[in-house]
Ligand binder design. Structure first.
Ligand SMILES: Nc1ncnc2c1ncn2[C@@H]1O[C@H](COP(=O)(O)OP(=O)(O)OP(=O)(O)O)[C@@H](O)[C@H]1O
Length: 582
């Protein structure tokens, strides 16, 4: 019940309405199902009673009116009615399944998309602290678990309980006392079994969930660094770690499947044993076996009608319990999505590019302090300097000095612990998107999508906004144009996953072309030319320098040649920054 309320609470108002409609449809479906099962009994009864029409004169008269006078004709009529009941029942159940599948698929698609949006929009520091494999698992399985793993089983549980109740009422009509005693007996067994297995099943759900993430992590790590994996001959290591995770994952699934089978076998054993014990006791008490046949017949009928439903109830309850750990883990995020969808703010999450913050004078780094949430000490301590618009600033310093951290703050990815960066007096933190609209960034390692050169340079640009002239200009500036021109497919050449079909230097130059395509006001380079040979590096630096004065360049670099033309250098060391004139 708690799960049902919880799962219901993640739905939007519209989904709740649909869900209530679906529940009603499922209840009707359950009733029709029960009626379908029950309807066979009267047919069998009538077939065994050749004098039925004589005993029920009123019905007989009615049937006469439609030309049915013999018992055989009456049986044929009943059979035809049953055929119609079954056809109608199954058409209805087919329609109900369609409704159910539509609801699940639409809900899953909506929530999975929103979950991906949620993660994309989380601050950079969230991604620093979260493993991508876990986020991938959440996006791909979170919504499926909520809808197909918990919500639908919960609705099935409700309908199953109602169907059982209807079957039970029908059995009460046949033999009230026996139906009540057997149902009470089955209910106690059911309750005891659900209680006995609950803890173990939840435990296995937690384990399965944990190792699903672990497996993803080892796949990413092994395949993501395939070169190192091969050269260091670590194939066996990654395979072993993955298999270790999969074994635990498989073990949890195996235990769950076993635990899920147990109740069915136990119920059957208990019910059959109880019936047979009853025979033995009655015979020991001196009853004639023939005398106990009628009682046993009814008992067996009640027990065997209710047993499959009892099994289904346990199986559905167990499935929910198995999934509930992951659902609970995802609950807050799913609620957050619901709130966003209901407030109509879903589209604001991935906002359109904002208006640029005007940048006409200077960029001021003002007493900047930064400490990583899980870091031991301040990486930046009271860093201050000014970058006039149009200047070229070199950022230098030993490894681990905080250069990338500074750049990440400048890019609006990290929030300073204290101090600020202002653009013409406006704190960038007050309008990060507006500030980012001025920026282009070339990181140390470029991430290329598995698309064409054009897709990678004009990344995310809609076909109607694509500007070929800008692309050619950017390729020329990044010293890539000649290379691309020689390719049979030119800018339509596929680069392979993460650009595996290109050299390191070509990948780097695509990154530079990508940054230049957007005609930024501020170009931030983090070791952007370090993968290039001296000649190409010089020629790209010269091209970029032609932009000097028009755009502001902030470049982390180690090579003296890259920094030759800079206006001044900022040296980071032990958290402090000092200005070095060229
Ligand atoms: N997520 C993090 N949590 C805690 N500490 C971190 C985190 N990321 C970086 N650091 C620490 O912050 C310090 C500065 O790192 P940063 O990457 O900014 O240095 P860097 O000057 O760019 O080095 P390099 O030239 O080697 O790239 C390092 O001591 C690093 O260990």
């Amino acid at each position: 019940m708690r799960s049902l309320i919880k799962i219901f609470s993640i739905l939007t108002k519209e989904q709740k309405k649909y869900c209530i409609g679906l529940t009603i449809a499922m209840l009707i479906g359950g009733t029709i199902e029960a009626v379908g099962i029950g309807a066979i009994l009267p047919l069998i009864y009538i077939m065994g009673e050749p004098n039925w029409l004589d005993q029920n004169k009123n019905v007989g008269k009615l049937l006469e009116a439609i030309g049915i006078t013999t018992h055989s004709h009456f049986v044929v009529l009943c059979a035809l009615c049953l055929i119609i009941i079954y056809i109608v029942k199954n058409i209805y159940l087919g329609w109900q399944s369609r409704m159910q599948i539509n609801f699940v698929m639409k809900g899953q698609t909506l929530f999975a998309g929103e979950l991906f949006k949620t993660y994309l929009s989380r601050p950079y520091i969230f991604h620093v602290n979260h493993n991508t494999a876990i986020l991938t698992r959440n996006v791909s399985s979170g919504a499926t678990t909520a809808f197909a793993g918990v919500l639908i089983p919960a609705l099935q549980l409700v309908t199953e309980v109602v169907a059982v109740f209807i079957i039970w009422v029908m059995l009460v009509i046949v033999d009230a006392f026996t139906a009540i005693v057997v149902a009470g007996f089955l209910a106690i067994i059911l309750w005891l079994l659900i209680k006995a297995f609950r803890k173990k099943i939840v435990e296995q759900g937690i384990i399965q969930n944990k190792y699903a993430g672990e497996m993803g992590r080892w796949i990413n790590q092994g395949l993501g660094s395939i070169k190192e994996t091969k050269v260091l001959e670590k194939e066996a290591y990654f395979a072993h770690e993955y298999i270790k995770g999969y074994t635990r994952f498989g073990e949890a699934n195996r235990k769950f499947s076993l635990l899920n089978q147990m109740p069915r076998l136990l119920i059957e054993t208990i019910v059959v044993t109880a019936l047979l014990l009853l025979i033995i006791i009655k015979i020991c008490q001196g009853y004639n076996p023939m005398d106990i046949v009628p009682l046993l017949g009814v008992l067996a009928l009640v027990a065997f009608r209710l047993m499959p439903s009892a099994n289904r109830i346990i199986s559905i309850t167990n499935t929910i319990k198995f999934q509930i750990a992951f659902f609970d883990y995802m609950y807050d995020e799913l609620c957050e999505i619901r709130n966003r969808l209901e407030s109509g703010k879903a589209d604001l999450l991935l906002a359109e590019p904002s208006e640029k913050i005007p940048f006409s004078k200077e960029l001021l780094v003002d007493h900047l302090v930064f400490k990583y949430p899980e870091g031991q000490h301040e990486v930046l301590q009271d860093v201050s300097f000014t970058v006039p618009k149009g200047s070229f600033v070199g950022v230098v310093g030993p490894s681990g000095a905080g250069k990338t951290t500074f750049v990440d703050i400048l890019l609006g990815l990290l929030t300073p612990t204290a101090g600020k960066i202002t653009v013409d007096g406006v704190d960038i933190q007050t309008n990060i998107r507006g500030w980012q609209a001025n920026l282009s960034y070339v990181p140390q390692s470029i991430y290329l999508i598995d698309g064409t050169i054009k897709d990678n340079v004009a990344l995310g640009v809609a076909p109607e906004d694509f500007d070929e002239e800008l692309l050619i200009r950017a390729l020329k500036m990044a010293e890539l144009y000649d290379f691309v021109e020689e390719l049979p497919k030119g800018i339509e050449t596929m680069v392979g996953e993460r650009g595996v079909k290109l050299s390191g230097g070509q990948r780097q130059r695509i990154g530079i072309a990508r940054a230049l395509y957007y005609k930024p006001e501020v170009l931030v380079l983090d070791e952007a030319t370090s993968a290039l040979d001296n000649e190409t590096e010089k020629s790209i630096t010269d091209t970029i320098l032609k932009l000097k004065g028009q755009i502001t360049i902030i470049a982390i670099a180690h090579r003296v040649s890259t920094l030759e033309a800079c206006d001044f250098k900022v040296k980071f060391e032990a958290g402090k920054a000092t200005i070095l004139s060229k």
